[in-house]
Structure formats: structure tokens, C-alpha cells
Design a protein around this ligand. Structure first.
Ligand code: PGA
Length: 250
């Protein structure tokens, strides 16, 4: 089931999410946190880093698992998710790189070897809190429309829309890798709590479709309706086409 929380703007929503993450870390210093890349969670990471600094919070036992990574993009490329997670999470939060996991896949994109990632997550005790953004076409992680809801970590092909949207991080769309390894929707559904953030009118259709019933695999975000504890944190623009009554979340 998805609860929806609508806040006036990205700043308010990011502050709430950062506070929730900080509360979890204080309560459970060995928490396992799933982290997303993209522009959406960046402010929440910055605010969390400030809280950790201000409170001298112990982060030495945390573990982080990134959602996804491009295939055949060198890890030292500034837009590889290894590099992005290092820049936005590992360094600002002051955690050791050994505490941070990013999925890997061979350049020939063979499927088999990527399943190890779900085993690593399970061995860490499972994800306590999974952060998510959403693509304009409703993808979560790189689970594009049509991905089975029970999918484990797997190799997927990016849609042209996703490659166009992500081309803003590259010199041209041709440089955006066509393949990625991603936690599956099944992996995401196993997290104990999931938080999806979406800001701006470009996400309004994807949010409406994610909440439209019944869940359908051509609308990946709608798979989150099958999650036992999922909250969407939206600004007013992203929530503009939500036609259900938002549930109050404390
Ligand atoms: P964004 O990407 O946060 O950069 O909008 C979200 C996504 O594509 O999942």
C-alpha cells in the first residue's frame, strides 16, 4: 500500500526525508539503506550530511546499497553511479567506501552474475529503508515499463525516453549507455520501508499512473502498491494529477 504525503516544495519534502533517515540511523546504527541516484534525492543527502555533522552521529556501521548502475561505463566516469554515489553519499556522509555497494555487471551484460547483489543485500540483513525516485515513464531504478514485479536484480535496456532524460548528464544522448544493471522491483518490494520522492510537473503523469489501480507491469511505479510500507513524498506540482485523497502521514 502507498501512502502519499504532499508538501509545499522540494525543500520541505527533502528535510522530512533527511530527518527520517537520521532518526533511523540513530535508532539503528547498523541500518541498511538503499540509495537512489538522479537529481531528486540530492538535497535530502545534503541535509542528512548536515545532521550527521551537527550531531556527530555514528555512521561507522551503516551499509548502503545503490539501486542501479550503467553497463560498460567506466567507474571513474563522473556519471557512473559508482562515482555519483561516492560524490553524493559516501563522501558527504563520511562513510567508508567499504560500507557502500553498487551493483556491477560485466560489459557483455550477461545476466547470471548480477543475481549476487540480492544475496549481498540479504546477507546484510535486508534493506531497512529504500529511497527511490521515478522516471517520467514511471520507471523505478532502471525497471522500465514491462519489468516483472517479481524481478530480482537484473540487466535491463533503457528506453529512449530514459536515455534522452539522462542525456543532460552527458555530452550527448549517444553517450548514455543503453544497458544497466538494476535492483528489480522484486528486490525493492522486499525492503522494510520505501520512500519515493518526486518533484516537479514533469513527474505528475508518472505519479498518477503509479497510484492508478490495479498495479500493472507497464506502470513500474504502480508495483509499489504491493509494498507493505511505502510513502510517496511529493511537491504540489508532482501531485497535481493525484485524484485520490492523500493519506496523512505523521
Ligand atoms: P531524477 O531521475 O531524480 O533525476 O528526476 C529519477 C529517475 O529517473 O528515476
Amino acid at each position: 500500500m502507498v501512502k502519499v504525503k504532499i508538501l509545499p516544495d522540494k525543500e520541505n519534502a527533502s528535510e522530512e526525508v533527511a530527518q527520517m533517515m537520521h532518526d533511523l540511523i540513530v535508532e539503528k546504527p547498523n541500518a541498511v539503506i538503499g540509495v537512489a541516484t538522479g537529481s531528486t534525492p540530492e538535497l535530502a543527502y545534503d541535509l542528512l550530511a548536515e545532521k550527521i555533522k551537527e550531531n556527530n552521529t555514528d555512521v561507522s556501521q551503516l551499509q548502503f546499497f545503490a539501486l542501479d548502475e550503467y553497463i560498460a561505463l567506466p567507474w571513474d566516469h563522473p556519471e557512473s553511479y559508482h562515482a555519483v554515489i561516492n560524490r553524493t553519499v559516501t563522501v558527504p556522509l563520511g562513510v567508508d567506501p567499504s560500507q557502500v555497494h553498487v551493483p556491477e555487471a560485466p560489459d557483455d551484460a550477461t545476466e547470471g552474475p548480477v543475481r549476487y547483489y540480492d544475496e549481498q543485500i540479504e546477507a546484510a540483513g535486508g534493506i531497512d529503508l529504500q529511497l527511490l525516485g521515478i522516471g517520467r515513464n514511471g520507471h523505478i531504478g532502471f525497471n522500465e515499463p514491462g519489468t516483472p514485479f517479481e524481478s530480482p536484480t537484473h540487466v535491463g535496456r533503457l528506453t529512449e525516453m530514459t536515455r534522452q532524460d539522462n542525456s543532460r548528464f552527458f555530452d550527448s544522448v549517444d553517450e548514455v549507455p543503453p544497458l544497466a544493471v538494476t535492483q528489480g522491483i522484486g528486490t525493492i518490494l522486499k525492503s522494510r520501508k520505501a520512500i519515493l520522492m518526486a518533484f516537479g510537473e514533469a513527474k505528475a503523469d508518472a505519479i498518477r499512473d503509479s497510484l492508478a489501480e490495479p498495479p500493472a507491469e507497464e506502470r513500474p511505479g504502480s508495483g509499489l502498491q504491493l509494498h507493505s510500507d511505502c510513502v510517496f513524498y511529493l511537491d504540489e506540482a508532482a501531485a497535481a494529477k493525484v485524484d485520490c485523497e492523500p493519506l496523512k502521514v505523521d
